[in-house]
Design a protein around this ligand. Structure first.
Ligand code: ACO
Length: 371
């Protein structure tokens, strides 16, 4: 038995949800470029959960179900007020809140198809409320209740700020949600599938996935990109900062990908959005700096940007706190995780690979006083 470090190139499951072939990403066979330009996030959620696009009445029904399920049990929100330390990362708060949410769902352990689909709706609806409520509570503000007449993206921004969002912000946020919804067998999706393949419940699978997304090599990179941009501070510092990092063999956050070689097809949409939004806010410097970083990293290392690179300046331009960038990734990706969990349940087998043993052999037990 020989291990492949990081499971590179290993095909670990079959899936009909999304695919990455020759640097093209599709959800159920629809090119991400087509979806990013034309579909709403709710349509994409339906697509991932049903493997087909919704008809108008089906989309209306899903929107209604999401709007109806956005409220979160008060104790889940109250627990945000009782943390032992003051600077809890919102991803840690989200991971705990999703686990806690499971305790308030009397059908959490019901493994019927209907109950699992309902859990997917509840989780997708409530995650927006959880992230926005946490953001407000830690600032000493009251959570804002969603508006039933708003779509998912508008409601998220509304619950975050308490103000009706501008159309341009809704459009950008909705597109960002579409772009992050699913991504084949990425680390967090694999985590979710491994967890539920033991026939554990959906709350456990999503909680585990959030833990995996949190790391800076995966979803946590978008927050680190903004941290880097703030550290660089100005366009004129870009070259020396990036070149020094590369010389020290440090990783530039938001670049590189296990699966893409020519580039991440999602990045170009976010680049375009970043250019437009930073200009609208009169803060072009974030886009200009990002473009310069991209030129250096691709020029020196031939490593293209991934989805996390330009999403940082997009979310910053939407006035979103930097440590909420990764929770927002989770808000979108929960749709993909739920789709994969439902697919795993539908054709389950325990996921249990092997390890190549590299430790000592033929050891004899030595009594403690002789060691
Ligand atoms: N900056 C500089 N060098 C890099 C970067 C980077 N961002 N990414 C990869 N490399 C280099 C590595 O140093 C390595 O070089 P070496 O062979 O000379 O040592 C080579 O490219 C291969 O890197 P690996 O780590 O083996 O590639 P892997 O497929 O395991 O990693 C990963 C992929 C984790 C995404 C990596 O590119 C990385 O760390 N990127 C930065 C973090 C990031 O942006 N993560 C988000 C990914 S997208 C997502 O999950 C949503």
């Amino acid at each position: 038995m020989t291990a492949t470090k990081g499971l590179e190139g290993i095909v670990a499951t079959q899936s009909a949800i999304s695919s990455i072939i020759d640097d093209t990403l599709t959800y159920v066979g629809y090119d991400i470029d087509d979806l990013a330009d034309n579909a709403s996030f709710e349509e994409v959620v339906y697509l991932l959960w049903h493997q087909r696009l919704p008809k108008a009445d089906e989309l209306a029904e899903l929107k209604q179900q999401l709007a109806d399920n956005m409220s979160v049990p008060q104790p889940v929100l109250d627990h945000f007020k009782n943390y032992p330390i003051s600077e809890v990362h919102p991803m840690a708060a989200l991971r705990t809140a999703i686990s806690l949410l499971g305790l308030y769902d009397e059908n959490a352990e019901d493994m019927s198809d209907e109950a699992n689909y309902e859990k997917a709706i509840k989780l997708q609806a409530k995650v927006a409320t959880i992230v926005t409520a946490f953001s407000r509570i830690r600032k000493g503000l009251e959570p804002v209740a969603p508006k039933k007449e708003f779509g998912y993206a508008a409601n998220f921004l509304y619950m975050l700020t308490g103000e009706v969002p501008e159309e341009v912000a809704i459009e950008a946020f909705d597109k960002a949600l579409v772009l992050h919804a699913d991504h084949e067998l990425n680390a967090s999706t694999f985590t979710a599938r491994v967890c539920v393949a033991t026939l554990s419940d959906m709350y456990s699978g999503i909680t585990a996935a959030i833990g995996a997304l949190k790391g800076p090599l995966h979803g946590g990179a978008n927050e680190q990109v903004m941290k880097m941009l703030m550290e660089i501070g100005d366009e004129e510092n870009v070259e020396s900062y990036i070149k020094e990092k590369l010389a020290n063999r440090e990783r530039i956050m938001g670049f590189g990908h296990r699966v893409y070689r020519k580039g991440d097809p999602r990045a170009k949409h976010l680049r375009k959005m970043s250019k437009k939004l930073t200009a609208l806010r009169g803060e072009e410097k974030w886009y200009n700096m990002s473009e310069k970083i991209e030129a250096i990293v691709t020029g020196e290392k031939n490593i293209p940007p991934n989805v996390d690179f330009y999403s940082a300046s997009v979310y910053h331009s939407l006035d979103i706190d930097h440590d909420l960038f990764t929770p927002i990734f989770a808000v979108s990706r929960i749709s993909g995780w739920a789709a994969h969990i439902l697919e795993q349940y539908a054709n389950n087998r325990l996921i249990r690979p092997r390890a190549e043993y590299t430790g000592p052999n033929m050891q004899k037990y030595v009594p403690i006083n002789e060691r």
